[in-house]
Design a protein around this ligand. Structure first.
Ligand code: HEM
Ligand code: HEM
Length: 133
């Protein structure tokens, strides 16, 4: 139970940071500080989600059945965790490969938006599977 609580807490905190990264990128781009804040919260949110996934796997492994990836929450969860890793990497790659910046930027924007669409659904399904709502 404790590991499930850690899982939920890490995921919710990570999602709030990823949502803030999206909001900063979409609304604060005229401010001088936007990229620094966007980058910092994006690079903090991603690892929190990854740690949340480690906690989830450990939590499921510690149950008597120990069956991984058996509900829609866990399938969407895997996609969400993947996007939370890929999105900040794409963000950084824009500066590494200036000749490919156009394509990387389009994909980064798409992943950033998709990620923030998936997170509330994953949280909702997680709360359902935990029978909290
Ligand atoms: C964006 C947020 C979330 C993501 C990406 C996520 C991701 C995952 C993943 C990948 C697993 C699979 C672990 C495994 O099978 O080894 C999992 C399991 C689980 N998560 Fe989440 N989770 C999130 C939020 C939550 C929340 C808020 C709760 C509420 C308490 C929650 C409760 C659970 C439960 C109970 C399981 C075990 C479900 C089962 O075995 O069918 N999750 N989660
Ligand atoms: C997971 C965290 C992140 C999310 C959810 C995210 C999301 C987004 C979104 C949605 C946009 C486009 C905003 C718009 O079109 O109005 C954007 C732009 C941008 N992001 Fe991120 N991002 C993240 C992490 C990063 C990181 C770590 C960097 C590295 C510096 C970065 C660099 C950029 C840059 C340079 C732009 C501007 C691109 C342009 O001019 O369109 N992002 N981000």
């Amino acid at each position: 139970m404790f590991l499930f609580l850690i899982h939920a807490a890490l995921m919710v905190s990570g999602c709030l940071l990823l949502f803030s990264a999206l909001i900063v990128a979409m609304t604060q781009r005229k401010k001088r500080w936007w990229l620094k804040i966007h980058k910092t919260i994006g690079l903090t949110g991603g690892p929190l989600i990854l740690l949340g996934a480690v906690a989830a796997v450990a939590a499921v492994a510690s149950t008597p059945e120990g069956h991984h990836l058996r509900t829609p929450h866990t399938w969407l969860g895997v996609m969400t965790v993947s996007a939370a890793i890929i999105t900040p990497i794409l963000g950084l790659l824009q500066f590494r490969f200036p000749q490919k910046v156009g394509t990387i930027r389009v994909v980064h924007r798409l992943f950033g938006r998709l990620l923030n669409l998936m997170t509330p659904i994953a949280i909702f399904l997680g709360l359902r599977v935990a029978e909290i709502i």
